[in-house]
Ligand binder design. Structure first.
Ligand code: NDP
Length: 482
């Protein structure tokens, strides 16, 4: 039977075709509150889009733990045999909500695991590193990816000006300009926690950890030319690919792996293991297989479940901890803050964000509090109280994070080796991969003033003379029209 159409207040609507007007040729009446409600809702159908990672694609699935890392962590979600429902959202970084999917860009790889001890969000990227190591530079860097204030166009000059003055970015830029900078679909890329986090076990021992999700579909990519052709036909290639694969039962999978570093090693590695521009070489800290993630269900409502999905690195659970990674610490603040702004105070209570375990807190009131108190007693609205309200549980206390140092503004560009790791990456590429890397880099430099390009090339030469010369040769080829 057809459901009866109602107002938002539930009153039945008799006519959803014709406004209430003073005669067939007359104006509408202010009392047509049903028309007003419809127009008012239309005006409010958008919320602020994410400043970064606005364009995204997502699906639900499961994380299954098949390995055993219980020696390192007490996290229930990571215990052998555990299956945890989850949500994934993939995204590009720079483009706005309507941007084309097949643009060369870093991809967001955000996961929310609805664990029995709260939500664990792993808000990573498809790259193991990032463009910066000090969060002070985050807004500056993002400005270079967004539109110029006057032209309202993206600016290659801004990007290369910033990168050429920030050699720590060139590891990530190398990945961006390589085949991994333009995956065919979100299913054909890895995900990385990127930051160093920590795990801690029942005995209170802490281990540093890197999270990896390795695509089981294989790495596939498009060249810039192929992507241009696709964008000419559809701007929604990722949405189509992911949505259709899941509808057709071709569920994408990733192997979940970790690298583990004993706590004390962090004092002796030649690189800072908490530096977001660095990886931990596999030879030093081999990958350990932990489980498998599968995506097998599309959301029923994109806006409610993907646009309103709120991932934040601040969401950890007992057995998982942070690290001294400076950028991680800034993101712990800024992601939750972005959602408070974008979605509102109680964004965690929205169905897609709500934990699947009991939630008991004393945050009170505020816009859109639709959940009320759930503690059993109306008198328990502060803490401590004598009315049986929820109380802390010392058994989940994290071991102390052993860090010390003098508060100062330490120069993050001094004394860092920004060249060895991009060199290792450059060296592991074959000739064809390198040729594409050089050409993609050269193409992205088009229109940039020569002095900025020369400054960038100095850094490329430091990574490897072959790398710098490769870009020079690709630029010459472009200049010759090839
Ligand atoms: P390994 O040879 O053990 O690992 C190399 C890694 O590079 C593999 O994980 C591979 O991923 C990945 N890779 C291959 N091509 C690209 C590309 N175009 N962009 C990004 N990653 C790519 O060496 P190391 O561990 O010593 O690392 C060497 C370099 O590899 C690093 O400096 C870093 O640039 C890069 N890398 C290292 C990672 C790490 O965690 N150690 C992770 C990713 C990259 P896959 O296995 O999926 O093919």
């Amino acid at each position: 039977m057809t459901k009866r159409l109602t107002t938002t207040a539930g009153a039945p609507i008799a006519d959803n075709q014709n406004s209430l007007t003073a005669g067939p040729r007359g104006p509408v009446l202010l009392q047509d509150y049903q028309l007003i409600e419809k127009l008012a809702h239309q005006n409010r159908e958008r919320i602020p889009e994410r400043v970064v990672h606005a364009k995204g694609w997502g699906a639900y699935g499961t994380l299954k733990i098949t390995g055993d890392i219980s020696a390192y962590t007490r996290a229930k979600v990571l215990q052998p045999g555990t299956e945890t429902p989850m949500l994934a959202r993939f995204s590009t970084v720079a483009g706005e909500l309507g941007a084309a999917d097949h643009e060369r860009d870093v991809r967001g790889f955000a996961l929310k695991f609805y664990t029995e001890e709260g939500n664990w969000d792993m808000v990573g990227n498809n790259t193991p590193v990032f463009f910066l190591r000090d969060p002070y530079k985050f807004p500056d860097f993002i400005h270079t990816q967004k539109r110029h204030p006057k032209t309202n166009l993206r600016s290659a000059t801004a990007m290369w000006d910033y990168w050429s003055l920030s050699p720590e970015a060139l590891h990530q830029v190398t990945i961006l300009m390589s085949d991994r900078g333009l995956p065919k679909t979100p299913m054909h890329m890895n995900g990385y926690g990127s930051h160093t986090y920590s795990l801690w076990n029942e005995a209170g021992e802490r281990f540093w950890v890197k999270f990896h999700f390795k695509t089981m579909q294989g790495h596939e990519f498009y060249t810039n030319r192929e992507a241009e052709e696709i964008i000419g036909k559809t701007r929604e290639g990722y949405q189509e690919a992911l949505f259709n694969a899941i509808e057709e039962g071709n569920f994408p999978r990733w192997k979940f792996m970790v690298q583990i570093m004993p706590e004390k090693d962090a004092e002796k590695t030649p690189y800072n293991p908490f530096d977001l521009t660095k990886v931990w070489p596999h030879a030093d800290y081999p990958l350990i297989e932990v489980g498998e993630m599968v995506l097998d269900r599309n959301p029923e409502n994109y806006f409610a479940e993907i646009e309103q999905a709120a991932f934040s690195p601040s969401n950890i659970v007992p057995g998982i901890g942070f690290s001294p990674d400076k950028v991680l610490q800034a993101r712990i603040f800024s992601y939750a803050d972005a959602h408070r702004y974008r979605l509102g105070t109680h964004y965690e209570a929205l169905p897609v964000n709500a934990p699947k375990c009991p939630v008991h807190h004393y945050h009170k009131d505020g816009q859109m509090n639709f959940f009320g108190h759930r503690h059993g007693s109306n008198d328990a609205y502060y803490e401590p109280n004598s009315f049986g309200g929820p109380a802390e549980d010392p058994s989940v206390a994290e071991p102390p994070l052993r860090i010390s140092g003098d508060a100062d503004r330490y120069n993050h560009r001094e004394g860092n080796d920004d060249y060895s790791q991009p060199r290792a990456l450059h060296d592991l590429m074959d000739d064809d991969q390198r040729a594409r890397l050089y050409m993609n880099t050269a193409e992205s430099m088009q229109g940039v003033p020569e002095e900025i390009i020369e400054r960038a090339l100095v850094h490329y030469d430091r990574i490897s003379k072959a790398y710098g010369d490769g870009i020079r040769a690709a630029r010459a080829k472009l200049a010759a029209g090839g």
